[in-house]
Design a protein around this ligand. Structure first.
Ligand code: PEP
Ligand code: MG
Length: 765
């Protein structure tokens, strides 16, 4: 009876209770108290407000122990003495599951762990909630009562609201003075991750979040009605902006997929979500704190799911919550592009190549992505900028804070967040070793790139920015096998004019110092987004209206670019490469445009290039069956293995789940490549490989073994590939790979075969 009476009383106060409590807590935070005294007062206030006999607060330490930091009701001597491990006892369970637990009779629960020093024997009713930040558990807040009853949803809600405030206090180092020497809170624990390295090299620096979380500073509402109005207005603003993006197809500024926007729209109108936000405001939070609080719970719940669909939706919800927070806090565009620290390491879930190019390259050392595959364009750009890049690092965004120390190891794919001093020392040594290796590669730069049995292999750079061209001097490469002209378009804020294009190409020619340079015509579309060229949303952008298709349909763009290239040649030779040729007629149509522009120049009395060579990219499988049409007409050809293998295997190069599923040098792919080599030889047309395969040692060995002898790659790959070539006796490898290709499925897997040869010949692979 007494229990029921108390409960009725609690229910009656539970609506205004949390509001009053939050106000009291805010006042306590402003009082000049020592950390422990403040915390003691906080738990006392919570206990009083909740009519609880006990209120305890546990903080998760970096060693995985939950330490009792303050209590009202349990033995005071247990504070900073009692600990529970993650998963141990009810507190450990709540921390691990990151979800509230309400029990009528706690000691009867199988997970209950009795701690005699706390004197908690007499308490039965129990309610514990996780203290969360960005979905991560930082601690646990518990209330207990002697009598046995079930705490209801309102009490749980009130506790979660209070926990939001405590999370912020932990994160802002409010309780740091209470941490024992040699220990730290879990939030600052060093963390290591293993993903997929996109480049060789090591970078040490500070975290810069590409899409920084909005920091909520104002948690406690002055006026609940006003906060509810603010929320309603912000939701309206957000819904209107999503609708506008969907209606106008202007998706680049937010995200580039219609289905993502559709799912934003769905969430933005979700009654359950909006109700939870309003409930958090009812409990005394400001609108922005309510968004953070609700997102915390959702995040914690969804993170436990292993379903990839749910995880994707979690990303959508994160984006949406961040967007709403920006509207509420007026933090319109905090994309942090302005002030980068000296050794900035960019962390993002994913980003487009153009977004990466917006950063100040002189300060950027590395990029770490949760998604993206090694041959996605953002990875290619990172490589061409000389950045260390690692992808597929799950969850790094939510556990990193701007300014955290971080180490990125591109060779192994390891990322160490908040590294220990020992770890830093290991990597400082590695950096020194890397410098030594680079010095060694520098020594190779003037050596002819010839195998031990006399086969000359020509190595070229892939490039796209004039800034990376001076590297030719360090690598000794024979020239530029692929200059991706779209990069200039991607960094610009509007379409580069003819004279701007001429200036860039002339500068590129000047910087290559007489060595050959192959300019590829604009290859835009897919994930290479040009912000000012509005594109319609497409179901499959990689197979959509892109590249040469776009160029031929918008001949103005193509004509201007060809004109710029011919002018930049300034009477000298020029090589132009046509991307994404799917059908021979497209190549012919491009030739017509080029010829017209040559005639135009001649008419105008301007210098005509001494030689114009037009090449075709072989990167669409269909062209493999039309090589006898294209090869006689092409002055040279270049294989784009990134796209070719993507289309051959129907596996998106940018999708981490599938991009690595099929070995690009396994039998079917290598047979296809061999067919191109044989055909190019038959027609006596120079053939280069300019896909990312060329820059990887085992893969490039595969290419040499099928007779390829021109490889174009990102500049940092030249040294290792050249070293491999210098140690290689090619002919026996060629014989054995030819035999394996003939044998087919009954023969050995190609990769294993090559690794055996590498070992036999002591090649550095
Ligand atoms: C390719 O597809 O292999 C290629 C070199 O071009 P890009 O990566 O720019 O599409
Ligand atoms: Mg391509």
């Amino acid at each position: 009876m007494a229990a029921r009476g108390r409960r009725a009383e609690m229910m009656a106060t539970s609506i205004s209770g949390p509001r009053v409590l939050l106000k009291q807590l805010r006042e306590t935070m402003a009082e000049p108290l020592a950390a422990q005294a403040r915390l003691d007062k906080i738990v006392a206030l919570i206990a009083d407000n909740m009519h609880a006999d006990v209120c305890s607060f546990y903080v998760l330490r970096d060693d995985g122990a939950l330490e009792l930091f303050a209590t009202r009701g349990l033995a005071a001597s247990a504070v900073h003495m009692t600990t529970l491990r993650l998963g141990e006892g009810l507190v450990g369970l709540i921390a691990t599951q990151a979800s509230p637990l309400s029990l009528e009779n706690a000691p009867a629960h199988p997970a209950f762990a009795y701690r005699p020093e706390t004197g908690e024997d007499p308490y039965r009713a129990f309610l514990g909630v996780p203290v969360l930040r960005a979905g991560q558990t930082l601690g646990v807040l518990v209330v207990q009562n002697r009598d046995s009853h079930v705490y209801g949803e309102d009490e749980t809600e009130a506790m979660l609201t209070t926990a939001t405030l405590l999370a912020e206090m932990i994160a802002t180092s409010e309780f740091d003075s209470l941490i024992k020497p040699g220990q730290d809170i879990d939030l600052r624990r060093p963390r290591s991750f293993l993903g997929s390295g996109f480049t060789d090299g090591v970078a040490l620096g500070q975290v810069v979040l590409h899409d920084p979380r909005v920091v909520v500073t104002n948690f406690v509402a002055e006026d609940t009605d006003a906060e509810q109005k603010r929320l309603a207005n912000a939701l309206d603003t957000m819904r209107v902006s999503i609708d506008r993006m969907l209606d106008h197809g202007d998706m680049q500024s937010f995200s580039d997929h219609r289905d993502i926007l559709e799912s934003y729209r769905m969430f933005a109108h979700d009654r359950g979500w909006v109700n939870r936000l309003n409930e958090a405001i009812e409990n005394g939070l400001t609108a922005e704190a309510a968004v953070e609080r609700v997102q915390n719970d959702t995040r914690a719940r969804m993170m436990r799911s292993t379903d990839p669909y749910i995880k994707d939706r979690l990303h959508d919800l994160d984006d949406l919550a961040n967007r709403l927070l920006r509207i509420l806090t007026g933090d319109g565009n905090s994309l942090g592009h302005k002030e980068l620290p000296e050794n900035a390491i960019l962390i993002a879930r994913n980003m487009g190549p153009a977004e990466l190019l917006e950063y100040d390259r002189t300060r950027l050392r590395a990029v770490v992505l949760e998604e993206a595959a090694a041959i996605s364009h953002v990875a290619i750009i990172a490589r061409s900028l000389g950045l260390v890049a690692v992808g597929q690092i799950e969850n790094i965004v939510s556990v990193s804070e701007s300014g955290d120390d971080i180490i990125v190891d591109g060779a192994t794919g390891a990322v160490h967040l908040r590294p220990t001093p020992e770890m830093i020392q290991v990597y400082v040594d590695k950096v020194r070793l890397g410098a030594k290796r680079r010095a060694h590669y520098l020594e190779l730069k003037d050596k002819p790139s010839v195998t031990r049995d006399g086969h000359a292999i020509t190595l070229y750079h892939n490039s796209g920015l004039v800034a990376d061209l001076p590297m030719l001097q360090d690598t000794g490469a024979a020239g530029v096998g692929l200059f991706r002209t779209e990069l200039q378009f991607m960094i610009a804020s509007k379409l580069p004019r003819l004279d701007e294009q001429v200036a860039l190409y002339s500068e590129a020619i000047r910087l290559t110092e007489g060595k050959p340079i192959v300019f590829r015509l604009l290859d835009i579309g897919g994930d290479k987004v040009i912000p000012y060229l509005r594109a319609e949303a497409e179901e499959n952008p990689a197979m959509g209206f892109r590249s040469l298709r776009l160029a031929l349909e918008r001949p103005g763009l193509l004509r201007i670019q060809v004109r710029a290239l011919l002018k930049a040649a300034n009477g000298g030779p020029i090589k132009i490469l046509v991307p994404m040729v799917t059908d021979a007629w497209e190549f012919r149509a491009t030739r017509v445009v080029v010829n017209k522009e040559i005639e135009r120049l001649r008419h105008a009395g301007q210098p005509v290039p001494s030689k114009v060579e037009l090449g075709a990219m072989i990167e669409v499988p269909s062209l493999l069956f039309e090589l006898d049409q294209v090869l006689p007409e092409a002055d040279f050809v270049s294989i784009g293995s990134n796209d070719l293998i993507m289309f051959m295997t129907a596996a998106d190069r940018g999708n981490k789940r599938v991009a690595k599923a099929y070995d690009p040098i396994a039998l079917p792919r290598l047979r296809a490549l061999k067919h191109i080599v044989d055909m190019a030889r038959r027609y006596n047309v120079p053939l280069t490989m300019c896909g990312e395969l060329a820059g990887r040692t085992v893969e490039s060995l595969a290419l040499l073994s099928i007779g390829m002898n021109r490889l174009s790659m990102s500049p940092p790959a030249i040294g290792p590939i050249k070293e491999m070539i210098l140690g290689l006796e090619l002919e026996p490898v060629q014989r054995s790979v030819s035999a394996a290709l003939l044998e087919g499925a009954s023969g050995p897997p190609i990769r294993e075969l090559l690794l055996e040869w590498a070992e036999k010949q002591s090649l550095v692979i």
